[in-house]
Structures are given as C-alpha cells and as structure tokens.
Design a protein around this ligand. Structure first.
Ligand code: SAH
Length: 270
C-alpha cells in the first residue's frame, strides 16, 4: 500500500505554462508541429516527430536506438493498430520518467520501478491500452494513476488534452514538474483520489485507469461522454485481473475483454 494517502486533499498542480518547446495538439496526421525539426527534404510526413524534442544530452543516440528497437518489436506483434500510438512511443523518452535508471532497463519490455512500490507499465501494455482508446487526436482524456507521467506524455501526443490524477502526493507533484519541464504542455495533473474523478473537467471522451480497481468505478463511468471509451484493468490485487474496454452508448455500457493483466491496486483514498 502506498503511504501518504491524502484525505480530502484538494491541492492540485498544473503542468501548463512550460517555458520549453511546446507542441501543437490535434490530429497527428496533420502537418508537422512548429517544434519538429525540419526534415532534410522539407516535406512533412504523417509520422513526423511531434511534441517536445530533446537534445542528445537528455536523449542520447543510444536511448533513441533502444527505443526504436523496442517499439519496432511491439509493432511486429501486430497488437497495436494505431500507428500514431507507436510513433508517440518512439517520441517519448521513457528513460526520463524514472530516476537514475540504466538505459537498457528503461527500454526493456518490462515494468519500470518509480518508487512508492509503483511502476510504469510494461511498454507493450502502455501501447495496447493507448491503442484501445481509439484516439483520433481530438479527445479530452482522463487518466487515473499518473505515476511517473509517462503514460500521460504518450497520451498527450495522440489526444487534445490530458487530465491525470495521482493519489500519492510526492509522485503527483514530481510527475507534474517533470511533464512541465519536458514540455508536455497539454497535460494537467491533480493530486487526489481517482475514485472521485475530476467532476469540474467532466465529461471526458476517454478515460484510462492505470491501477486496478476491484470493479469499474461508477463515478468514472458517469464522467464519460456518450460514445466515450473507458479502458481499465479490473480485479483484485493478487487475483485474476482482466483488461476491459467499456463503451458508453445511449445510456448503456458495453464491455469487452482485452485479456489478462497484472496491475498495482487502485487504492481507496477515502
Ligand atoms: N501511468 C503511470 C503508472 C501507473 S502505476 C505511469 O505511466 O507512470 C499506478 C499508479 O496509480 C500509482 O502511481 C498509484 O499511486 C496510482 N493510484 C492508485 N490508486 C489510485 C487512486 N485511487 N487514485 C489515483 N491514483 C491512484
């Protein structure tokens, strides 16, 4: 169980207003954002790098090539249909989201520890969950479980706005500061209990839960817009957990089984 559980905590932090290079939001298939480096041909490509760009001090060539290999391996499994999701994972330097980590560990297809007994999910799972949201680039997305901010950074490149809630204050504040510093300007982080959602910002087109609740939180379903999609691992901490996609349609909710998974529990922050 994480320590430092907030009780009725209302403090929240925004990752807006970054001094770094920011990026345009919207459909990835549109032309390159102003922050993208000019290509040698000067021709915009559909999968051109988007979002913040990093110098080789922060994102050395070895990190880039390990990341490319990792995403190529994920792509080769054909579990991810949305090419923009794969491109976002090529663009976001995962090693900058966990402290003092060896590059090999950051780019292995494994969960990555981030302190407080929490981890960034395995890259394949991040890819599958992001893909399952069926994002076109124009959605407002709510994430439960900010953790390091990695998943939020990936989401920020394939959606319009990302709202993310983290229950452990130190993790939430650190993630907000990291996202701000790295230039993911369309992400807002709030420290609080994800079970209560973010009513002031609802409804959301998409909701992604990155810790496992025992059953789907009704408050989150109520904050989902009609035709919205919620993706969440559901199940007990040491028991069977299943990744589900919930689709809201005209007042009813369809549920789809996306396979077995293992996540840290979504804790009650009463
Ligand atoms: N998405 C994160 C990793 C998530 S790990 C990333 O990319 O780094 C799961 C996270 O969910 C942990 O940080 C944990 O503290 C958080 N969490 C657990 N219960 C929560 C709750 N009720 N509300 C918000 N966050 C919660």
């Amino acid at each position: 169980m994480p320590t430092g559980m907030p009780r009725g905590l209302s403090s929240w932090v925004a990752a807006l207003g970054c001094a770094c290079q920011s990026h345009a939001v919207g459909d990835r298939s549109q032309s390159k954002s102003p922050s993208s480096p000019p290509s040698s041909s000067g021709v915009a490509s559909a999968t051109a790098a988007r979002g913040p760009t990093f110098g080789s001090n922060l994102d050395p060539p070895r990190a880039r090539s390990l990341r490319r290999e990792l995403v190529d391996r994920i792509a080769s499994t054909r579990q991810v249909g949305n090419e923009a999701v794969l491109q976002a994972m090529r663009d976001v330097p995962r090693h900058l989201f966990a402290n003092a980590v060896f590059l090999d560990l950051a780019y292995a297809d494994r969960p990555l520890p981030i302190g407080f007994g929490q981890t960034i999910s395995q890259p394949t799972i991040v890819a599958i969950m992001t893909d399952a949201l069926e994002l076109s680039g124009n959605e407002r997305v709510l994430e439960i479980g900010t953790g390091s901010g990695y998943q939020a950074a990936v989401l920020s490149l394939v959606s319009k706005e990302v709202y993310s809630i983290e229950v452990i204050p130190d993790l939430g504040h650190e993630a907000a500061e990291r996202l701000r510093r790295l230039g993911y300007a369309n992400v807002r982080v709030r420290v609080g209990d994800g079970y209560t959602g973010w009513p002031q910002m609802a409804p959301f087109d998409r909701i992604i839960v990155t810790a496992a609740p025992p059953s789907v939180p009704q408050t989150l379903l109520s904050e989902l817009s009609d035709d919205g999609i919620l993706v969440a691992p559901i199940g007990r901490e040491h028991g069977e957990q299943t990744l589900y996609r919930f689709r809201k349609r005209g007042g009813s909710v369809e549920q789809e089984d996306l396979g077995s998974v293992r996540f840290v529990p979504m804790v009650a922050g009463d």
